[in-house]
Each structure stands twice: as structure tokens, then as C-alpha cells.
Design a protein around this ligand. Structure first.
Ligand code: HEC
Ligand code: HEC
Ligand code: HEC
Ligand code: HEC
Length: 168
């Protein structure tokens, strides 16, 4: 019986850890809930809308940019205009507010990333870095680590002097 107590504590601790992962699991794998449950699978996959229609600055500036609310109504003025989620979108539109989309892809604070050389010069497909966006309903969180940049730069013979090129 003398060993019973520590074992119970250990068991309890294990249970707590497992419960934590069980509870946190959905948000770790399918990503955060968005203010409007926008689906890339429906739009970029099934309907084959070009990525650049909604992220137009991807080849030109540092940020790919989030679509302006007006963009959605290019179609949704006619397509399912009374869908409850489209009505929510409309409320943002009417109040002239951008939708507070939750950011899911990011790099560490000190890293300097621009899409432009990757798209305009290297001609890389979006999926090389963002994965199967077209097949995803809810994008998951991805933090790009250094190794991700360096491995590809090495394989493709791109700039490796990252302390000059990639850091702020
Ligand atoms: C080029 C046309 C087009 C644009 C632009 C567009 N959509 Fe859609 N959207 C569609 C079509 C087509 C459907 C499928 C409608 C159906 O199921 O009948 C759809 C479905 C939806 C749905 C329904 C839910 C679902 O997953 O079936 C939501 C919500 C939605 N869109 C949100 C948005 C938002 C937010 C934007 C702007 C960022 C946007 N859409 C921009 C064409 C568009
Ligand atoms: C109809 C408009 C539309 C199209 C087409 C579209 N997107 Fe998006 N995209 C959005 C909206 C709205 C968000 C914000 C909500 C979200 O994260 O799902 C977003 C978010 C993203 C993000 C996450 C940005 C972040 O850090 O939060 C990436 C990456 C992305 N899109 C890539 C793509 C790629 C790659 C394609 C083409 C295969 C594409 N998108 C096509 C509207 C669109
Ligand atoms: C070489 C890798 C790479 C490629 C190729 C790439 N991206 Fe990205 N993308 C990133 C990284 C890294 C971030 C995070 C940047 C940050 O946090 O500053 C990002 C962020 C984004 C975002 C978030 C919002 C923003 O403005 O930063 C969107 C949207 C996006 N990418 C769309 C696209 C689309 C669309 C394509 C294809 C036309 C594409 N990306 C191709 C690496 C890539
Ligand atoms: C899938 C491959 C790939 C990934 C992943 C990638 N890069 Fe690149 N990157 C390239 C290629 C190829 C070039 C060269 C483009 C050209 O021809 O100028 C480049 C160019 C650059 C440049 C411009 C260098 C110069 O010549 O001025 C910077 C800065 C850069 N990348 C930073 C990053 C960072 C930061 C990351 C990670 C967040 C990253 N890259 C991820 C392939 C990649």
C-alpha cells in the first residue's frame, strides 16, 4: 500500500495530460473557428475560383492580403444571398467593417518573408508552402520554422545567407 499514493497521483496527472490533448485536439488540427465559416474546399476546390481573385497582392507585395468584403458580394449578391452566414457577412459589409479573420499561417517575429520572389521569380505553386488548401474546409494553424525555409532554399539553390536576406 505504501506505493499506492504516488501511483494515484501519477495516474491522475496522466489523465489530466490526456484530457488536455483530447480537449485541445480539434483546435490543433482543424484550426481556429473563423468569424464566418469560409471554406476553401468549396470556393477554390469545387468552384475553382483562382487564389489570386481573393488574394490579389500575393505576387506584388509583402502580404498576400485578405479579400475585401466587397469581393464576397461579387457573387453572393446572387448566390445564396439569404444564407445565414452570408447575412452575417453582409452585416460587416453594411457597417463598412473588415471581417476579423483569424490569422493561421505565420513566421516567427524576426523572420522577413515576402511572397513576391517566390511567386513572381521562382514560380512556386501555393500548395508548395500552404499544402492542400483547396481540399480544406477550415485551415489549420501552421508556424513556419527556419528549417522549412532553409531546406527548400538549399534544394533549389536559392539564397542561403539568411542572416542578410531573411531576418529583420
Ligand atoms: C466567384 C464567386 C464567389 C465568391 C467571390 C465568393 N463565393 Fe462564397 N460561394 C460561392 C458558391 C458558388 C458557393 C456554393 C453555393 C451553394 O452551395 O449553392 C458559395 C458558398 C459559400 C458559403 C456557404 C457555406 C458553404 O460552405 O457551403 C459561404 C459561408 C460563403 N460562400 C462565404 C463566402 C465569403 C465569406 C466570401 C468572400 C471572402 C465568398 N464566399 C466569396 C461563390 C463565391
Ligand atoms: C473566394 C475567396 C478565396 C479564394 C478563391 C481563396 N481564398 Fe484563401 N482565404 C480567403 C478568406 C476569406 C480567408 C480567411 C479565412 C480563412 O482563413 O479561411 C483566406 C485565408 C487564406 C490563408 C490563410 C491566411 C492566414 O494566415 O490566416 C491562406 C494561406 C490562403 N487563404 C491561401 C489560399 C490559396 C492557396 C488559395 C487557392 C488555392 C486561396 N486561398 C483561395 C478567401 C479566399
Ligand atoms: C515559399 C512559400 C510560400 C508560397 C509558395 C506561398 N506562400 Fe503564402 N505564406 C507563406 C508564409 C511563410 C506566410 C506567412 C507570412 C508571414 O507571417 O508574414 C504566408 C502567408 C500567406 C497568407 C496570409 C496573409 C498574408 O498576407 O500574409 C496568404 C493569404 C497566403 N500566404 C496566400 C498565398 C497564395 C494565394 C499563394 C500562391 C499564389 C501563396 N501564399 C504561396 C509562404 C508561402
Ligand atoms: C518551396 C521552396 C521555398 C521555401 C519553402 C522558401 N523559399 Fe525563399 N526562395 C525560394 C526560391 C527558389 C527563391 C529564389 C527566387 C529567385 O529566383 O529570385 C527564394 C527567395 C527568397 C528570398 C529572396 C532572396 C534574394 O535573392 O533576395 C527571401 C528573402 C526568401 N526566399 C525568404 C524565405 C523565407 C524567410 C522562407 C521561410 C518562411 C522561405 N524563403 C521559404 C524557395 C523557397
Amino acid at each position: 500500500m505504501r506505493h499506492g499514493y504516488p501511483l494515484m497521483v501519477l495516474g491522475g496527472l496522466l489523465f489530466a495530460i490526456m484530457f488536455f490533448f483530447y480537449a485541445a485536439y480539434p483546435s490543433l488540427t482543424i484550426g481556429p473557428a473563423q468569424p464566418i465559416p469560409f471554406s476553401h474546399r468549396v470556393h477554390a476546390g469545387v468552384k475553382q475560383i483562382d487564389c489570386r481573385f481573393c488574394h490579389p497582392y500575393v505576387a506584388r507585395s509583402q502580404d498576400a492580403g485578405m479579400p475585401a468584403v466587397e469581393k464576397c458580394f461579387f457573387c453572393h449578391k446572387y448566390i445564396i444571398p439569404d444564407h445565414p452566414e452570408i447575412l452575417k457577412e453582409k452585416a460587416y459589409f453594411e457597417r463598412n467593417k473588415p471581417v476579423p479573420w483569424v490569422r493561421v499561417f505565420w513566421v516567427p517575429e524576426f523572420v522577413f518573408f515576402r511572397h513576391e520572389p517566390h511567386i513572381a521569380q521562382a514560380g512556386l505553386d501555393c500548395s508548395r508552402c500552404h499544402g492542400a488548401v483547396k481540399e480544406t474546409d477550415r485551415l489549420g494553424r501552421v508556424k513556419f520554422e527556419m528549417g522549412f525555409c532553409v531546406t527548400c532554399h538549399r534544394n533549389m539553390g536559392a539564397e542561403l545567407d539568411c542572416w542578410l536576406a531573411c531576418h529583420r
